[in-house]
Write a protein that binds this ligand. Structure first.
Ligand code: HEM
Length: 511
């Protein structure tokens, strides 16, 4: 062999060995440093390189239940410490105190490998859900008026109209005594609602849902996010975008963007044509009107891209979440006929003596027991089970020093099932937990379906009113019964879904 080639080869080899030794020493020091911070704290079993999640049950229902187990068994000082992939420190906040501590901080959303925020960015861009820092703060200020009660009030027309379509669909199921998937039907209803409220998209989604190209694209986008969690190798972009699902995801994002852009362009033109031209003749001001007219302290509005990102964000956050909440609440009511009856009696009482079943804005506070059931349903099933933050600087929780770079998981699901907070019967549906006397005794951070602190859900009042309107309509018309031949299993992704559907029967009331 040529001597110079030999020397080159030797140098490269030495270089590789030095790099490996450096990486191993660095890795070892990192592990020791993190271990020192969590000295004395018990950790659930973990694989030395793949971390703790590799030791979790493989099936989605088992995984989500496992969080309850470890949070009840291993929690110390408000946290459970886990090792992530390649020994990344992960801290689960699962008590009201630790939840308060991290929710009130300005720790950003994590956009790392496992972060749902990174995966949805090609669709939502830097919309409110994904953005961090100054950009988030400015846009949150600009968007807050969109959720003012005066804006939300007229949406009751939309809630009623879409719930009526759902009722008509279910009447045919009642007549034929066919079982049906509650989740899929409710999902089309909530998608129709948010499309109307976001930008007055008036197409008939619930009847044409399976064929409408926009709905098909949105459904495929959300399904593909879900797919990436089911098959973790898909978390790597270079793999995902080279699969047929990834390529379709890209195509669907482009299509959904083009639809939104066209609507925004038309509305902008109308608004530019005269002060309130776009609003005249319309029954309600939609989110798009607010976004296009919002101005910051310097009189600067949102750019076209920012408007599109926010419209898409409302769409994403505003339909899967409410569909999950409504479906799981119906599930618990079907499981507990006595509570279902009590809700029906209350709805009958509120709506009695009227010509129609229109649920008015002023009815919302009258649904007291229904609201207790809604809250208990959101506690028990946690429509958004987990959200993540990343601490950029060393951070203290419960006297523990959490190193910079750790992921802090706000595990809403585990907090809602913490035995020390909710008692040993935390898996049971008990609406009385939310009676006014019991609510008075609660910590503000023990029930947080909409998260808490500055990055809480901006759409929570919208969501609560939508849930009440749709549920009141459904319970006024039907009694729900579970299909006992089919086990409903939880499947946590960005929202709490089911593994293979939530099948029920309905019976028309007073039929
Ligand atoms: C039952 C229904 C809903 C639940 C359980 C829910 C839950 C949540 C949670 C837990 C977060 C925090 C997410 C995080 O930290 O990553 C959040 C944020 C958000 N939600 Fe909701 N949500 C619901 C409905 C809605 C609706 C109807 C809208 C819009 C119309 C909406 C818009 C948003 C937005 C824009 C954010 C980001 C807020 C920010 O970071 O400033 N949500 N939601």
């Amino acid at each position: 062999m040529d001597i110079s080639l030999y020397l080159l080869f030797k140098t490269i080899l030495i270089g590789i060995v030095v790099l490996i030794v450096y990486a191993v020493v660095k890795f070892y020091l990192h592990v020791r440093r993190v271990e020192a911070r969590f000295k004395g704290i018990r950790t659930p079993p973990f694989h030395w390189l793949l971390g703790s999640f590799s030791q979790f049950p493989k099936d989605p229902t088992g995984r989500i239940l496992h969080f309850i187990k470890i949070c009840n068994e291993y929690e110390e000082d408000g946290i459970v410490f886990l090792w992530g992939f390649f020994r990344r420190p992960i801290v689960i906040a699962c008590t009201p105190e630790s939840m308060a501590r991290i929710s009130k901080s300005n720790a950003p959303k994590s956009r790392g490998l496992m972060g749902v925020y990174r995966m949805i960015e090609p669709w939502l861009g830097e919309g409110l859900l994904v953005a961090n820092g100054q950009k988030w703060a400015r846009n949150r200020r600009l968007l807050t008026p969109a959720f003012h009660f005066d804006i939300l009030k007229p949406y009751t027309n939309v809630f009623n109209a879409s719930a009526d379509v759902l009722v008509a669909k279910l009447k045919s199921k009642a007549a034929s005594n066919d079982r049906f998937d509650v989740f899929q039907n409710v999902l089309l209803c909530t998608l129709e609602i948010i499309l109307k409220c976001a930008f007055s998209y008036e197409k008939d989604i619930q009847q044409s849902g399976d064929t409408n190209p926009y709905v098909k694209a949105v459904n495929r986008i959300t399904d593909s996010l879900f797919h990436r969690f089911l098959y973790p190798y898909m978390l790597f972009d270079f793999i995902f975008y080279n699969t047929s699902v990834g390529r379709q995801f890209k195509k669907d994002c482009n299509f959904v963007h083009s639809v939104a852009e066209e609507i925004i362009h038309k509305r902008k033109k109308a608004l530019d044509g005269g002060e309130n031209v776009a609003l005249e003749g319309k029954r309600y001001v939609d989110f798009l009107d607010i976004l296009l007219t919002a101005r910051d302290e310097e009189g600067v509005g949102l750019s076209s891209l920012e408007v599109r990102n926010e419209v898409d964000t409302f769409l994403f956050e505003g339909h899967d979440t409410t569909a999950s909440a409504i479906s799981w609440i119906l599930y618990s009511l079907a499981e507990h006929p006595e509570y279902q009856r009590k809700c029906q009696q209350e709805v009958d009482q509120v709506l009695q003596g009227r010509d129609s079943d229109f649920v008015e804005w002023s009815d919302m506070p009258k649904f007291e027991f229904l609201t207790q059931c809604i809250k208990e349903g959101m506690r028990l099933h946690a429509p958004v089970p987990i959200v993540n933050r990343e601490v950029k600087e060393d951070f203290e929780i419960g006297g523990r020093n959490i190193p910079a770079g750790s992921i802090v998981q706000l595990n809403i699901w585990a907090l809602h099932h913490k035995e020390s907070v909710w008692g040993p019967d935390h898996m049971e549906f008990k609406p009385e937990r939310f009676s006014p006397e019991n609510v008075d005794k609660m910590s503000p951070f023990q029930f947080v379906p909409f998260s808490a602190g500055p990055r809480n859900c901006i759409g929570q009042h919208f969501a609560m009113n939508e849930e009440k309107s749709v549920l009141a309509k459904l319970l006024r018309n039907f009694t729900f019964r579970l299909d006992t031949s089919h086990e409903v299993k939880k499947n946590p992704s960005a929202v709490m879904r089911t593994v293979d559907g939530m099948f029920m029967y309905v019976e028309e009331r007073n039929a």
